[in-house]
Design a protein around this ligand. Structure first.
Ligand code: SF4
Ligand code: FES
Length: 243
């Protein structure tokens, strides 16, 4: 019995090692056969195993959970493990590392370092006026408030909204949609006792809430479909009154 062959696809990758004195940015084309249900992650693994062991890219979970595999696919930031090759009928994918983050090599960027800086900048932790006694039951909160907090907490820190953000490319210190979403998460959480004035101190400038140009690409590309623009607009309305 003959097995039907899949179509040939071409994956073109911008390769560069910034730590090498001889490396220069250049594209390498890899041709391979598409298999049923093939994701970009599977294709990259095949390339690394069979064609180019030197190719660098990141992954951990393969399931859209860890946020490691972000890259720019035909001009749009996306998770490689959630990108189906079948959705590219022309069979040609061009891959670049996400901008706005430190390049490690090829498609691998240091989102962790950036997220750490962002978390410190927006003081991404509960600020409360009383010590938490972990032997006691947690404070009760309204289910709809808990749901809203959990909704915003679904962020996987993939950095795709940052790589999609026009403001971030113009303002290197912009805290990014993920940072503003983080503030929105603590603003809605009744465990956090910070006031609007406290949040204004953190993000009340053009590198924070007033820098966003509402281009919407962050929300368009967020793999978790977080309501980034709604939350940014809400925070901006709340904090502009303090200007
Ligand atoms: S807000 Fe969305 S796109 Fe941005 S880091 Fe979180 S999950 Fe990724
Ligand atoms: S490998 Fe974890 S999100 Fe893609």
């Amino acid at each position: 019995m003959s097995v039907e062959k899949g179509r040939e696809i071409t994956i073109s990758v911008l390769k560069f090692n910034p730590r090498s004195k001889v490396s220069k940015p250049h594209y390498v084309d890899y041709k391979l056969e598409e298999t049923p249900g093939m994701t970009l992650f599977i294709a990259l693994m095949k390339i690394r195993e069979e064609m180019d062991p030197d190719l660098s890219f990141d992954f951990v979970c393969r399931a859209g959970i860890c946020g490691s595999c972000g890259m720019v696919v035909n001009g749009k930031p996306a998770l490689a493990c959630r990108t189906l090759i079948a959705n590219y009928p022309e069979g040609k994918l061009t891959l670049l590392p996400m901008p706005a983050f430190e390049l490690i090599k090829d498609l691998s960027v240091n989102t962790g370092k950036w997220m750490d800086g962002m978390s410190k900048r927006v003081e991404s932790w509960i600020v409360s006026d009383h010590e938490v006694d972990i032997s006691k039951m947690e404070d009760r909160i309204e289910p709809d408030v808990a749901n809203e907090t959990f909704e915003l907490d679904r962020c996987i820190e993939c950095g795709i909204c940052v790589a999609s953000c026009g403001t971030k490319l113009m303002r290197p210190d912009f805290v990014g949609p993920v940072g503003l979403n983080r503030v929105a998460r603590f603003e809605v959480d009744p465990h956090d006792k910070r006031t609007a004035e406290d949040f204004y101190e953190l993000i009340g400038d053009d590198d924070g809430i007033f820098g966003c140009m509402s281009l919407l690409a962050c929300e368009d590309h967020c793999p978790k479909h977080l309501p980034l623009q709604n939350k940014i607009a809400y925070l901006r309305r709340k904090l502009v009154a303090l200007r």
